[in-house]
Design a protein. Structure first.
Length: 402
């Protein structure tokens, strides 16, 4: 009897294909919207995490000023000195390495090709703080670092724009009018947070940059690699206290430097994208409620249209439970069909948006199952009232219905 009831429900749906499709349209749109938003939200979160992680994990960037933007019109805070770097290296517990950086924008030239990029004067600790292997060549020798010799290591973007497919190691290029021997090429990292190209740089010994390019001993950035056994927040607090003391900042005054924690930044962005995904998905889920109301309305119309049929079934021996089950199964079937179509539609939309958003397609089995189950529950909830109404009809009154 149960299978007969299912057969009757499915035949009723098949008899009115267009109406059945329009009935499920709200469920289709709702399921597709929820699955699409949640899946793309997770893909975007994963892309953000991968992008920020490329900056390095457990790394603190110490910079003068109060943020990455320009200040509020006062005098520009002074850069750091080599003594500040040595103080951090010797007095702060829980760090693996400290890399000082002197940076400026330069034009590099090789055989008629030129490229505007950033020259980063630093030491080999730069490759320790944020492990960055070389695809060719070598790092700086102790003699080159001590003497400030004019040697350089190229980022992949600079290498591509100046040398194309040629091997640059051993060649001489010009940096702001200075001849520099290329001794290595860094492995490509790609885009970092905010679309910055990490490979668009030239690395040189810091003394060479200070003496021959910037003309001063100032240090613009300190990269501090934190031991995994230590909290970055704890190390950050220690560095803050040390820098306030060394820069003579009295109690009550704001810091004239800031410390950027890549881990905290990653966590904040992840929480933000997750929250936004949840809000947008909740808004999209409203269409599921609308779809449920649509199913209930059509089922009520169907009960009215089939009142005489219901009366005949009840008169020849069908019990109210069977009539209720028939209409309830019909509502659930409509919801489940809408859920399946919505999931398929969502995957097609996701495949179309992935190249535009430049994220990796991820099939989230959990959200697809949840969306399908919710669509079935909506069929039960919104189909129960019409089904109960059909089952409660008086056979005599139903047979008189025209």
């Amino acid at each position: 009897m149960f299978f007969t009831t299912i057969s009757l429900a499915l035949r009723s749906i098949a008899r009115h294909k267009l109406r059945s499709f329009l009935t499920t349209l709200g469920i289709i749109i709702g399921v597709a919207a929820v699955v699409t938003m949640v899946t793309l939200g997770k893909a975007t979160t994963a892309a953000v995490q991968a992008s920020i992680s490329s900056l390095g994990t457990n790394i603190l960037q110490v910079r003068p000023g109060q943020g990455f933007g320009r200040g509020g019109g006062g005098p520009r805070p002074s850069d750091f000195k080599i003594e500040d770097v040595e103080a951090v290296r010797k007095q702060i517990a829980g760090i693996n390495a400290v890399a000082e950086e002197a940076q400026t924008t330069v034009t590099v030239i090789y055989e008629g090709a030129n490229w505007s990029t950033t020259v980063n004067g630093t030491t080999n600790d730069f490759f320790r703080v944020n492990p960055w292997p070389l695809t060719a060549g070598r790092e700086f020798s102790p003699q080159e670092l001590t003497a400030g010799k004019s040697v350089c290591i190229l980022g992949n973007t600079v290498k591509t724009n100046l040398y194309r497919e040629a091997d640059p190691v051993g060649t001489q290029m010009r940096i702001s009018g200075i001849s520099c021997e290329v001794i290595g090429v860094l492995k490509a990292k790609g885009q970092a947070g905010f679309g910055a190209d990490q490979d668009d740089l030239v690395v040189m010994p810091i003394k060479a940059v200070q003496r021959r390019i910037t003309g001063n001993r100032d240090i613009r950035v300190m990269l501090v690699g934190v031991n995994a056994d230590y909290s970055t927040a704890q190390v950050q607090a220690s560095i803050t206290d040390l820098m306030r003391e060394r820069r003579n900042i009295t109690p009550g005054k704001d810091d004239d430097f800031f410390i950027f924690d890549t881990k905290q930044f990653t966590d904040t962005l992840t929480q933000t994208t997750t929250l936004l995904t949840g809000i947008v998905s909740a808004v999209a889920a409203i269409s599921l409620i609308v779809g449920g109301i649509g199913i209930m309305n059509i089922m009520l119309v169907s009960v009215t249209e089939r009142t005489r049929e219901i009366g005949i079934r009840l008169a020849i021996g069908a019990v109210a439970r069977e009539v209720l089950m028939q209409f309830l199964i019909e509502a659930i079937a409509l919801s489940c069909i809408g859920g399946i179509i919505g999931i398929v539609l969502a995957q097609l939309v996701i495949l179309g948006l992935v190249p535009v958003l430049k994220v990796t397609w991820l099939f989230d089995l959990q959200i697809n199952i949840i969306a399908f189950v919710i669509s079935a529950i909506i069929g039960v909830v919104f189909g129960f009232f019409p089904a109960r109404r059909a089952a409660s009809l008086n056979p005599i009154d139903a047979l008189r219905h025209e």
